[in-house]
Write a protein that binds this ligand. Structure first.
Ligand code: ADP
Ligand code: MG
Length: 317
């Protein structure tokens, strides 16, 4: 349905999106996940034809978003991060304006408005000024504007930002409902959000795609790792030597060291927790060194997200 090929966007000498490629299939809900500044909005603005790319290609249903903008744009409804709402208008006036801009034939407009207002449950507020609506209702009006003209693809940039928990649940339910007969792409910097509504997660970090899979597969792929936190009565040198006798440790991170006491975090790969502890225990015992503390943890999807986007956080600080 959508193909993004080698998309790059530079602002001066800052690269916001870097050689991004992915494919969006019909009929799923996709989540763009990444910390603030990752390049989500930039990518969505380019995909919807609102912003020019530095290089690369975007095709919507086979149409090039730049070369065949009119056909391509007909297939997409977009709710940008800052919805272009007219505060001194009512939702009915605003949606009529959008319907005309989308060139929906005049006599079809009333029926289309009724339909999108029913789906987004905005009929009750149709004749109030938008400036007097709650953020939740404004967001519904924003979504109503995106789905006018019945586009196949709906792109929503951070649709739940700034909403209270109840409004978040309502908007999520609405997105799930839309996902039944549309392709939906939403962005978020909150993992639990994309986990709750999306069938496929694309993790973006520093303008690059770092992972793309179902939440379950991402968890299986990365989160199968067991981490062991260890405090041992040994020098750092001894610790390294003892652990070198335990095969297949993906990563050793010594976090504290005293002459005869070390604290370390070990990535034990996909070993089961007790098995990892057993191997470490016997290695230390054979060397005549005591383990003072040992605990295991398995990585969650949250950990994966933190790890994949770690560089970004450090840079930001
Ligand atoms: P996200 O939506 O994931 O938070 P953005 O796409 O908004 O990320 O931004 C990606 C990067 O591009 C950020 O570093 C941001 O500061 C930069 N950026 C975005 N828009 C502009 C602009 N108009 N001019 C210069 N830099 C920009
Ligand atoms: Mg953004």
């Amino acid at each position: 349905m959508i193909e993004v090929n080698h998309l790059t966007k530079r602002y001066g000498n800052h690269t916001a999106v870097s050689d991004l490629s992915f494919t969006i299939e019909k009929g799923q809900i996709y989540g763009f996940l990444g910390p603030n500044g990752a390049g989500k909005s930039t990518t969505m603005n380019i995909m919807t034809g609102c912003l020019a790319a530095t290089s690369g290609e975007v095709r919507i249903g086979g149409f090039d978003i730049f070369e065949e903008a009119e056909q391509a744009k007909k297939l997409i409804g977009y709710l940008p991060e800052q919805p272009p709402l007219y505060l001194d208008r009512t939702p009915r006036e605003y949606l009529t304006f959008v319907a005309r801009a989308k060139r929906i034939p005049e006599r079809q407009i009333p029926e289309q408005l009724t339909q999108v207002m029913a789906v987004t449950q905005t009929i009750d507020v149709a004749d109030r000024l938008i400036k007097n609506l709650s953020k939740g209702y404004r967001q519904r009006v924003g979504i109503a504007q995106a789905i006018l003209g019945d586009p196949e693809v709906i792109i929503l940039d951070e649709p739940t930002v700034g909403l209270d928990p109840r409004q978040i649940i309502e908007i999520r339910d609405l997105i799930k409902e839309l996902g039944k007969d549309h392709t939906v792409i939403l962005s978020s910097h909150i993992l639990s959000e994309v986990q709750a509504v999306c069938q496929t997660i694309l993790i973006i970090s520093k303008g690059k795609l770092v992972a793309c899979d179902s939440p379950a597969n991402l968890e299986k792929l990365f989160a199968g790792t067991t981490t062991v936190d260890l405090v041992a009565e040994a020098s750092e040198g001894e610790l390294w030597e003892i652990l070198s006798g335990v095969g297949n440790i993906a990563k050793i991170e010594v976090t504290e060291k005293a002459p005869n006491r070390c604290k370390a975090r070990l990535n034990m790969g996909n070993r089961e927790g007790n098995q990892a502890c057993r191997e470490i225990f016997f290695a230390f015992s054979k060397a005549g060194r005591a383990i003072l503390q040992m605990s295991t943890a398995r990585a969650s999807l949250e950990d994966i997200f933190m790890e994949l986007t770690a560089g970004e956080r450090e840079e930001a600080q």
